[in-house]
Design a protein around this ligand. Structure first.
Ligand SMILES: *Cc1c(COP(=O)(O)O)cnc(C)c1O
Length: 230
């Protein structure tokens, strides 16, 4: 089994290769290390290898890790899990980024609960690009009004869109979903000043995502191995 340091290095090499193949500028894509279910020792190992940005899905687990790692001052925490409205306060107080905003009610609460002494919370709108009923995310149609609302909130900073494409081997279907997402990203970018983040691409589909304009890939298994049971 390889160490976290080795897997991380392999993941960065893969990402730089994907940028090159897609004729993208080197280091134009950020790597978010998705550490859900993984113990803090593994996050420390990733930190020691230079990783600073981490993504977590489960709030309670994330809060424990944030507390245990508070000696590492330059960590940047991203919340990438589904958001229940009774959890918004803790998210607003503990994270720098939230990738999974898909309803107005959640955006309103995050803005109101973001402490005044903290910088605005960086927000991506989660878009349901596959149209699967089981997936959360705003529809492409809903993105426009939700973006307008977020843009007016002083304690939120709209940075872009996020999606989890369908888990399918159908390459054309998948590519069509990536294209829809990057079109949506471009539309927002033309309209709002701070849009620079297209959060898409996981361990399986990193190359395709980078080919379709991803600026932030979220890698779990590729760095930490398969998920531990919770
Ligand atoms: C778990 C998870 C990831 C990482 O997935 P891997 O396939 O392990 O790379 C990325 N994004 C979200 C939203 C996740 O829940």
């Amino acid at each position: 089994m390889s160490t976290i340091s080795e897997s991380l290095q392999t993941a960065y090499t893969r990402l730089r290769q994907a940028e090159l193949s897609a004729q993208r500028t080197s280091e134009s894509v950020t790597l978010l290390a998705v550490s859900k279910t993984k113990p803090v020792e593994q996050l420390r190992a990733a930190y020691a290898s230079g990783q600073r940005q981490f993504g977590e899905n489960y709030l309670q687990e994330a809060l424990e890790k944030i507390a245990e790692l508070n000696d590492l001052e330059d960590l940047i925490w991203h919340f990438i899990g589904p958001i229940q409205s009774n959890k918004t306060k803790l998210i607003a107080e503990s994270f720098e980024w939230v990738h999974t905003v898909c309803r107005e009610k959640i955006a309103n609460r995050l803005n109101d609960q973001r402490p005044d002494n903290m910088p605005p919370l960086n927000v991506c709108i989660q878009v349901n690009i596959s149209g699967e009923a089981s997936k959360s995310g705003a529809t492409l149609k809903e993105v426009e009004s939700l973006a307008e609302l977020i843009n007016q909130k002083p304690q939120l900073k709209l940075r872009g869109v996020m999606a989890i494409p369908e888990n399918t081997g159908d390459h054309e279907k998948l590519a069509a979903q990536f294209i829809k997402l990057s079109d949506c990203f471009d539309t927002l970018k033309n309209k709002y000043a701070d849009i620079d983040t297209l959060s898409v691409g996981m361990s399986q589909d990193l190359e395709l995502a980078v080919q379709h304009g991803s600026t932030m890939v979220r890698l779990g298994t590729a760095i930490f191995g398969s998920r531990d049971n919770k």
